[in-house]
Design a protein around this ligand. Structure first.
Ligand code: FMN
Length: 212
């Protein structure tokens, strides 16, 4: 594997957040989960800060790279190129399969209209959607829709969100606010604190059900 992208398969307690980029959870650590929304931090950085007591990896789409600086991501960041750089012949690791095995939880934050549509219909044409398509539905997958209000209100959106919930994925609903595009209404990604609390809750209940 390329240096800087070492992937340890021996981690029995991982989980994964993907925020067009994702993260992975693991072991409890010292940081407060409520240390988020600090001055100057993007949503992505706040989310990562809050979840860093877990073991985390981030997977990004190519388009998502426009919305943050890779150097501000303090964990391993995977993108489409890594999948193909790692695989040259049959004995090589297949990144999307290794990542889905390693992670205990996947969080897609934000989930945009494009990827929502792909996931609802089973399309897997990049690293993110391949991991989701290969995801073991017994492990939690949380998604945070985020899009323009009119896109959110289009009837296809409710159908597609309903399809994801039918797969067993957990929706962290979007909220109403003034969006970056200037529109006011539903479609903004849930607050970081809400997302972090939901991740904690799901891990708590999932860990409990695994033990019983
Ligand atoms: C400035 C800008 C902001 C965008 N914000 C969103 C958004 O919040 N939600 C959304 O569904 N699409 C948004 N889009 C459109 C997506 O970037 C576009 O559908 C893209 O193809 C998504 O690719 P991906 O799903 O592979 O990341 C935005 C586009 C631009 C140029």
């Amino acid at each position: 594997m390329p240096s800087g992208h070492q992937f340890r398969e021996d981690q029995s307690k991982a989980s994964c957040i993907l925020a067009r980029a994702y993260i992975n959870h693991l072991t409890p650590g010292g940081r407060s989960l409520h240390r988020h929304e600090q001055d100057g931090e993007s949503n992505m950085e706040s989310l990562l800060s809050a979840l860093l007591q877990l073991e985390v990896a981030v997977v990004t789409t190519e388009r998502a790279k426009h919305f943050y600086s890779p150097q501000d991501i303090p964990v391993t960041l995977y993108s489409d190129a890594d999948e193909w750089e790692m695989w040259k012949c049959r004995s090589d690791p297949v990144l999307h399969i290794d990542l889905r095995r390693w992670a205990d939880l996947m969080l897609v934050a934000p989930l945009d209209a494009n990827t929502l549509g792909k996931v609802a219909s089973g399309i897997c044409d990049n690293l993110l959607t391949c991991i989701i398509r290969a995801w073991d539905c017994h492990k939690p997958l949380l998604f945070c829709p985020a899009m323009n209000t009119v896109m959110w209100e289009h009837p296809i959106t409710a159908q597609q969100v309903g399809q994801l919930k039918a797969f067993g994925y957990v929706e962290i609903p979007c909220v109403a606010k003034k969006l970056v595009c200037g529109d006011q209404g539903l479609g903004a990604m849930a607050e970081v604190g809400t997302i972090v609390d939901k991740v904690k809750e799901v891990l708590f209940w999932h860990g409990d059900s695994q033990e019983s």
